[in-house]
Design a protein around this ligand. Structure first.
Ligand code: CU
Length: 317
């Protein structure tokens, strides 16, 4: 392979990462639209892992424990609730051996996202490699339940970012947390984050998250992992995963450090989604959470136990 081909492949890879953003989180500004088009035109040979930006060609990320020959292998599949535990895992490659070469994604070679299957208990962690491709991270699963563990990675030689997902159980008495109703304002640690815009099924839409504290807009957000905000979106029902980055980057000469952080995202379908915005201010990373519905159908009714059901579910014809 000559170096020109290599560079070309790398550029296509980037277009897929940011155009297809972990499977479905499309960032579709005008500039990205052309990049995505380029990836389509250049990616005709890509095959199954060719990273088509559209949702029809590639399923959302995080639904598979193994993709493109790479498998997330936890050393244990249960963790005691409420107990801090050293969680260890490997990413095994097509040869069955732990992978040691990863390309950094937003400053880290591996991102670990954890959420309980009812969409509560979100955590965004950065494990360290203990050697030989074994990753380790101290973690506490606060309550009993089944948790989804997602790894965002791009092994060396792979053209696109992969999000692998596996279930880890914290045994005990499970009390599901109902998904909160959609609200435009989230509060965390004295901060208020206001959401404008929403998610549309199958097409890109803009979401702006504005951060304020004590009623005043925050205009000195700090870069966190090379961005003013990181947005993880999980779909209710199967925890389909998207990780979206803002339109602009710190230091690009036009992106302001708040109060607004803008994202373009595409929901893979109608349904309910939980949004988790990581932002950094005053030296600390905080997470603001929102429920957002994409489209107006297909969201299951959540009733307290014992209440009679309603016959208002949408029907398919
Ligand atoms: Cu991360």
């Amino acid at each position: 392979m000559n170096s020109a081909t290599k560079v070309g492949a790398y550029v296509v890879g980037l277009a897929v990462v940011f155009g297809g953003a972990a499977g479905v989180g499309k960032i579709a500004g005008p500039a990205d639209a052309s990049a995505e088009k380029a990836s389509h035109e250049g990616g005709g040979h890509g095959g199954e892992t060719g990273g088509h930006g559209g949702t029809a060609a590639k399923p959302p990320g995080g639904l598979q424990v193994s993709e493109g020959g790479y498998t997330l292998v936890p050393r244990r599949t249960t963790l005691t609730p409420g107990k801090r535990t050293d969680f260890r895992f490997t990413i095994n490659g097509p040869d069955g051996k732990p992978v040691t070469g990863f390309q950094p994604l937003h400053g880290k070679r591996l991102h670990l996202i954890v959420a309980r299957r009812d969409l509560s208990g979100f955590q965004h962690l950065h494990p360290t490699e203990a050697g030989g491709g074994v990753w380790t991270v101290p973690i506490t699963l606060p309550k009993a339940g089944v948790y989804r563990f997602f790894t965002d990675i791009q092994p060396d030689g792979v053209k696109e970012q992969l999000t692998l997902g596996t279930d880890i159980t914290a045994p005990g008495d499970l009390r599901p947390t109902p998904l909160p109703e959609p609200e435009q304002v989230a509060k965390v640690d004295g901060y208020e984050v206001k959401l404008s815009g929403g998610l549309a099924p199958g097409k890109s839409s803009e979401l702006t998250l504005s951060v304020s504290k004590d009623g005043k807009p925050v205009t000195d957000l700090q870069p966190y992992l090379e961005a003013y905000g990181h947005l993880v979106v999980l779909r209710q029902g199967d925890l389909a995963y998207l990780h979206v980055h803002p339109e602009g980057e710190p230091g690009d000469g036009k992106t302001e450090p708040g109060p607004g952080i803008s994202f373009f995202a595409e929901a893979p379908s109608t349904g309910a989604y939980r949004l988790y915005l990581d932002f950094k201010h005053g030296g600390k990373v905080r997470t603001a959470e929102f429920t957002v519905h994409a489209g107006d159908a297909g969201v299951p009714v959540q009733e307290p136990e014992g209440e009679p059901g309603h016959d208002d579910q949408p029907h398919t014809h």
